[in-house]
Design a protein around this ligand. Sequence first.
Ligand SMILES: [Zn+2]
Length: 281
Amino acid sequence: MTCHRTITAVCRTVLLSAALLTASSPAAQAAAKPDKPAPSGAGYASAVVQSGPAKRKTAERMQKPAESEQSERKGQEASFATVDVLIDVGHGGIDGGTSYGGLLEKHLNLAVGLRLYEHLCALGVRAALNRTHDYAPSDDNTWLGSRSRHHRDLAQRKLLIDALQPKLTISLHTNWANHTSIRGPGILYQANPPSFIAARLLADRLNRLYGTSSIPYVGKTLYLLNHPKPPVVIVEMGFISNPADRAMLTEANGQQQITEAIASAVIDYLLVYHIPRTENQ
Ligand SMILES: [Zn+2]
């Protein structure tokens, strides 16, 4: 599949570089903010590896003379136009999301998000992550002027979507229900064709994996689905409250199966919305 040959290592670099694009905007403040320390745990090892070089590159870039920044920024603008998929990792830091006992949604979202990033890059998809460690995006948002941490969090996520304009943004989350028998994926989409197609593909692959028949639905009242112009889907990967789903979400093999199911849908989505490009682009 020629369209996905070029592997782009973006990760934290993209987040920081995106902010540099609008250096006069409040987002530049987020760019200058160093990474938060990574928590211990097997799920975070790859994030540390990937964010290391990214941090160094960013530090080098920010030390360069002003006259070289303009030409470099032009190059960055070209590369941003080629981001295929932005992985929005739900919650983080003080915001743990839903939970089961001591198990927090934010860690499950991050574990699958990191796997998905690695997997998509290996397939040649230009992917980006908006959170590589356990921190709250709202911490980076000093520009909104809102006292609501929740609003600052969502606005910060939207800022990156607007800056990168990816062909698709997948927001990863984990569900919870009162009844422990409720299980399976939940896909929310925007009322536009690309988001709908992505949601149907994601639901198909995840339903096959779980043996469920969940039907995607329009998420009318959700901020991320209402505001960004590029297509966005929210993927509730399973129920933390259901034993079978919880096993899938916490065990490495299950996380990998979820990852591959989502990636399979992404590949098909990109085939539908693929814009041809040369190897030099
Ligand atoms: Zn969530």
